[in-house]
Design a protein around this ligand. Structure first.
Ligand code: IMP
Ligand code: MG
Length: 185
């Protein structure tokens, strides 16, 4: 038996639903960017990696990819502090480019609000946000989100890029943590 099974309260989104939705998001992005001559997907590490690699297979307009890693202090036991640290920055100049941020989940919105402000200050031609998951009931900062895979309830989730203390990112589905079986912070 695989050890993560006892941490699962329920499978919120199974593999079929996930893959169908990712394909649909790709189709929407293809339509929206059909006339764009440039598209740069900015993946937020590490959680966004599985989503990015599946999503980009459905994006047929020419696009490049790049990565950022950010960590936000205070997330977890208490509310996010709003202080965000850049651990890895983009490797290229984004002035005049069409950016699409690819993120795993928007919780309070603090991290993405910071990232959005930071990237807008570098004068891209456009900036949109694509998140696989969103927890609208947790939002503290109102940020414009252009593509949302699924809205989910206020539960801690893992799988498909999202981790449980750095583990289980490779699972092909999104599961909600059983709070009784897993003490998070
Ligand atoms: P925010 O700044 O509160 O929106 O936090 C967003 C970040 O918190 C995400 O990019 C994730 O890294 C992490 N996060 C929030 N909720 C979850 C969850 O349910 N599972 C795993 N990571 C989460
Ligand atoms: Mg993230």
């Amino acid at each position: 038996m695989q050890s993560y099974l006892r941490f699962i309260e329920e499978i919120l989104i199974d593999e079929d639903r996930l893959q169908q939705r990712v394909e649909a998001l790709g189709a929407q992005i293809n339509a929206d960017y059909s006339h764009a001559t440039d598209l740069l997907l900015v993946c937020v590490l590490k959680g966004g990696v599985l989503f990015l690699t599946d999503l980009m297979r459905h994006i047929h307009v020419p696009h490049a990819i790049d990565f950022m890693a950010i960590s936000s202090y205070g997330a977890g036991a208490r509310e996010t502090s709003g202080i965000v640290r850049i651990d890895l920055d983009l490797k290229q100049n984004i002035e005049g480019r069409n950016l699409l941020i690819v993120e795993d989940i928007i919780d309070t919105g603090t991290t993405l609000a910071y990232l959005r402000r930071l990237l807008l200050a570098r004068n891209p031609a456009s900036l949109k946000i694509c998140t696989l998951l969103s927890k609208p009931s947790r939002r503290l900062t109102d940020i414009p989100v252009d593509y949302i895979g699924f809205e989910i309830p206020d539960k801690f989730v893992f799988g498909y890029g999202l981790d449980l203390d750095e583990l289980y990112r490779s699972l092909p589905f999104i599961a909600a943590v059983n709070p009784g079986m897993y003490a998070h912070e």
